[in-house]
Design a protein around this ligand. Sequence first.
Ligand code: FMN
Length: 219
Amino acid sequence: MNRRVFIQGAGLITFLLSGCGLALQSSDAQTADQTSKGGDKMKITIITGSPHKNGTSALLADKFIEGSQKAGHEVFRFNAAFEDIHPCLGCDRCGMNGPCVHQDAIAKKLQPELIAADLVVFVTPLYYFGMSAQLKTVIDRFYASNVKLSGSGKKAILMATAYDDKDWTMSVLTQHYQTVVKYLGWEDIGTVLAVGCGSRPLIERSEFPEQAYQMGLKI
Ligand SMILES: Cc1cc2nc3c(=O)[nH]c(=O)nc-3n(C[C@H](O)[C@H](O)[C@H](O)COP(=O)(O)O)c2cc1C
């Protein structure tokens, strides 16, 4: 069986990784649903997952970028739906720490920015209560950089839009996001969950674009 053990520095988080899955053994990684206040200039990588260039989640991304650039942060934006990307084949040729067999936009454009980022912002429309396939494709490809990304102390934000506005509409998406962030040993510093925002007029009338802007401004 292909089995490896990684010990992470600060939190001594032990990852047991096997050919059939990933397991986390730690309670050290904590997440907070608050934005951090002030601080140094950051390198931000924002990954969007909608096929709509001027859609609802794109507006959240635009507003967040507007705020964060005003605050002086450096932003790299990767629009997964408009890039040449391929899903992970699970071939394990990367060994979780090496070049991917796919030398596409994820490997060539996103990966260096991802590794260098202080903050990673995930932006997605809600698709069947989870993230879009475009965003999931990118996250699965973290596998080739897993060793570099794990325990790298990055901060993370999730922004999402959905038609429904039930109190459980975003629960599976946020749980998935928080689990990925915890596994990687990153810190969740906030979410913008734009429920009841299934179209551009709906989100433009809502408070969520301003929330995204303020989050970008205040990180
Ligand atoms: C394939 C698909 C699945 C969707 N699934 C959900 C869903 O589970 N819950 C929901 O509230 N809205 C769902 N929606 C609506 C979108 O989340 C919503 O319209 C969103 O604002 C689209 O974001 P965008 O404009 O950034 O693409 C779905 C839309 C599509 C196309």
